[in-house]
Design a protein around this ligand. Sequence first.
Ligand code: BDR
Ligand code: CA
Length: 351
Amino acid sequence: MSDVRYDKDWLFFCQTAFMMLTQLTPPKIILDTDPGGDDALALLWLLSLEIRGLAELVAITTVEGNVDARLTFNNACELLQLVHLNHITVGRGMVKPNPEVGDASFIHGTDGLGNLAATLPACHLQFEKATASEEILIDKLNQFPGEITLICLAPLTNLAAAEKHSPGILKKAREIIIMGGAFTVPGNVTPQAEFNIAYDPEAAAIVFNSREDLVILSLDITRSLIFTPKMAQEIAQIMPKSAIAQFIVSLCQSMTKTSLLFRETQGIKGFLVHDAVTIAYRFYPEMLQFCRGQVHVETAGNWTKGQTLMDRRHQAKIEANAWVATQVDAANLLAALVEDLKKLVEYYQPK
Ligand code: BDR
Ligand code: CA
């Protein structure tokens, strides 16, 4: 089934007029991601804001993580095809398996998208011919210094590679928003470590040293973000035949099965949309609370490799590199996600 844009010219006119009248420019964003079921929902959420003129997705830089680099590249490309936004550049990640940690296909399916990748419109880009993700990061940050928001939903391999090749480049980002880490809660791949950080702790260390205003959104707050089949159905009711709606429903079904199996959701039917919290932070910041601190990552421990730490003792500190989220308004975040995804589905009307 193919979709066409719904009243796109009129909607585009209204949005452009609104932005001109209010003199607002949408933030330029690069999404660094390893799709990934929750990455997919975060991307669709961002695109729902993009079609309304509220965001400008400059590029997607894919990275190895939930599944291997080829699959994450392919998945990002197919998701863009699903929403007819295939003009957006997709970078290819380094093939860099971590046999100690392994991938997260036990949650996200062997293809990374709940075994639904084959149901999406095919990707016409070739992994081998694509530009390396770190090159895209370097180019775009040099092209738009101080303007790009880096939203990171995956191991920080690409950002670290860019910083190694071009020291200081990450300082050229307007801001860096990271989903990763676990501070006061258990990890999800080891007793102490969260997947994105544990997969490439050395990369995380480089990024944590790159600037003093990182935004870190960890498992401490994302464990309450359960996206349920009921929410998926609510989105689908807008237009049940929409390919986007059908994908969201099937993805939720598939992810719910594995999430229950691995006891991720306290027995509640649904799956954790960790990565979606980054979009909430950028566009609905009132939903989060933060504390400031110096975040470190353990790169050497036998039992604690990949652990993120922050000194909470009430002793004077001379350094801080991050804003770490301590609370999230989960109910409102999920409500905004559902409403915005409805708008995305509405924007495309099946023939
Ligand atoms: C993170 O790990 C991945 O499996 C998810 O996509 C998310 O980015 C949560 O720990
Ligand atoms: Ca991810």
